[in-house]
Write a protein that binds this ligand. Structure first.
Ligand code: ATP
Length: 296
């Protein structure tokens, strides 16, 4: 059986003269937490709206589970494109009953309790929606998306507007959902947050994908080594063949990427009788990787 959950081929979307999505291709495999990442206006929401059947593509195609659109796979896909309007005076259970009926979910009661359990809202299941914090409202929305016990969850900016605790709650929730064997597709502009949860990413800007692949291939590739020394000139001259790119330098500090690991550099310099005042590795953050990708 194929493991491909979603296949997007050369998707394009024009809003009159605005080219919002300019021919993107993405493959999402079962079990991935797939991040569609990029700054505001890069075309993420448009892409999600198309694959969820809310908007029509101008060109290109996509398929879910190797066969058909979102409508044909309605119960297999849970989606949260914008925070739904729950009724403020109803509690979580009654709000979810409405969602369950709209979706045609079977075993309504069981499905609701299970969804509330998954988002950690069981203890507040009978509280009115208007008494919920923003983080709880967002978790209830995710519960709504989980009602049909979908294989895939699609989320657009799930941490928008939340405080650090709320963000951590959503992060843990998404990880838990993925650990249960579901595939998660998330659009977000918060790169450093997505770095903590995504297994694979497509980095978008101005409607095109700049880089895509497993997160590790994107960040590890740019591991930075930082050397501090009063004799940087000597160090630079002996290391020259092993420096791939100088990221930053000043009188006493050199930050660079290298074909050698930090340990190998340490050994290499020590063999030549050269000792640094400091040698350490700064693991590059996705945010930084993104800036370098767009400057390249
Ligand atoms: P954000 O994080 O701000 O939502 P995004 O990456 O999701 O950004 P989109 O919302 O898909 O990006 O927008 C992509 C481009 O398409 C932007 O230039 C936006 O202004 C434009 N756009 C989006 N919706 C429409 C619309 N209904 N009519 C015209 N232009 C639109």
């Amino acid at each position: 059986m194929s493991n491909v959950i979603l296949q997007i081929n050369n998707l394009q979307k024009n809003y009159k003269e605005i080219k919002a999505v300019k021919g993107i291709s993405i493959e999402v495999q079962k079990g991935q937490i797939y991040g569609i990442l990029g700054p505001n206006g890069s075309g993420k929401t448009t892409t999600l709206a198309i694959i969820l059947g809310i908007l029509k593509a101008s060109e290109g195609s996509f398929s879910w589970f190797g066969k058909g659109d979102a409508d044909e796979n309605r119960l297999r896909i849970g989606a949260l494109l914008e925070t739904p309007n729950f009724y403020p005076y109803l509690n979580a259970i009654d709000n979810l009953k409405i969602v369950a009926r709209i979706k045609g979910v079977e075993n309504e009661k069981e499905a609701i309790l299970s969804a509330l359990e998954q988002v950690d809202l069981i203890s507040r299941a009978k509280s009115k929606f208007r008494t919920y914090s923003l983080g709880m409202k967002q978790r209830l929305a995710i519960a709504g998306a989980l009602l049909s016990n979908p294989e895939v969850l699609v989320l657009d900016e799930p941490t928008n507007g939340l405080d650090p605790l709320g963000i951590a709650d959503i992060r843990n929730l998404i990880k838990r959902i993925a650990n249960e064997g579901r595939t998660v597709i998330i659009a977000s502009h918060i790169l450093d947050e997505m770095e903590k949860i995504c297994t694979d990413v497509s980095i978008m800007r101005h409607g095109v994908i700049l880089r895509q692949g497993p997160l590790k291939s994107i960040i590890d590739f740019n591991e930075h080594i930082i050397i501090r020394s009063k004799d940087l000139e000597t160090i630079k001259s002996v290391l020259q063949p092993h420096i791939l790119k100088v990221i930053n330098e000043n009188l006493e500090d050199l930050e660079f990427t290298s074909s050698m690991s930090s340990k190998e550099i340490n050994e290499f310099l020590a063999q030549k009788g050269i000792y640094c005042d400091e040698l350490y590795v700064r693991k590059q953050r996705l945010e930084q990787a993104f800036l370098e990708i767009i400057e390249a």
